[in-house]
Write a protein that binds this ligand. Structure first.
Ligand code: PRP
Ligand code: ADE
Length: 176
């Protein structure tokens, strides 16, 4: 059942102290991709959660959000759009600078694929300070999107990233 799947998922996520810098405990989502039972459990959990969401578009954040977006698209029958770190996307883009748990970056979004009222689900592997997700939500709202939910696998709750977001958040695994 759902709790068994959550346990399998949790056990497949490995933690690495002091990576990429001292004081950070890195939670590595690729452990899940290395374990096919855990990968199926994660996919089942995501699919079960999103089937009730009414969205027109799935947006994934560079780079680990790209692992989940297309997986979810197949199930929902909806298109995928990436938000990428700057300088990678062609055409007309809008950009937003942000800070994250370690460092800072700039995100870009291609504006041609979103209209006023487009209902969006945003996906990523992890919510830490929420800097990345907040920048993504801001970019999407600036072009008129209706951000229905921010979906992450892991959430670092002590960093209170969800307080930065003006959209509902769902996470499957929480760490202090
Ligand atoms: C990581 C992670 C999230 C973000 C979370 O990505 O995949 O996108 O940090 O941190 P925040 O909530 O403090 O913003 P990173 O920018 O390291 O890029 P990567 O996916 O290319 O490794
Ligand atoms: N992105 C930001 N903080 C992270 C962490 N602690 N583990 C993995 N990815 C992250």
């Amino acid at each position: 059942d759902k709790n068994d799947k959550l346990e399998i998922l949790k056990n497949a996520i490995k933690s690495y102290p002091d990576f990429p810098e001292p004081g950070i405990i890195f939670r590595d989502i690729f452990g899940v991709f290395h374990d096919i039972v855990a990968l199926r459990a994660m996919k089942d959990l995501i699919v079960e959660h999103i089937l009730v969401l009414e969205v027109d578009l799935i947006v994934g954040l560079d780079s680990r959000g790209f692992l989940f977006g297309p997986m979810i698209c197949m199930e929902l029958g909806k298109p995928f759009l990436p938000i990428r770190k700057k300088g990678k996307l062609p055409g007309k883009v809008t950009q937003q600078k942000y800070a994250l748990e370690y460092g800072e970056a700039t995100f870009e979004l291609q504006t041609e694929f979103i209209n006023e009222g487009t209902r969006v689900l945003v996906v990523d592997d992890l919510l830490a300070t929420g800097g990345s997700m907040a920048a993504a939500v801001q970019l999407l709202k600036s072009v008129g999107a209706d951000v229905r939910e921010c979906l992450v696998i892991m959430e670092l709750t002590l960093l209170k990233g969800r307080d930065k977001l003006s959209a509902p958040v769902h996470s499957f695994v929480q760490y202090d």
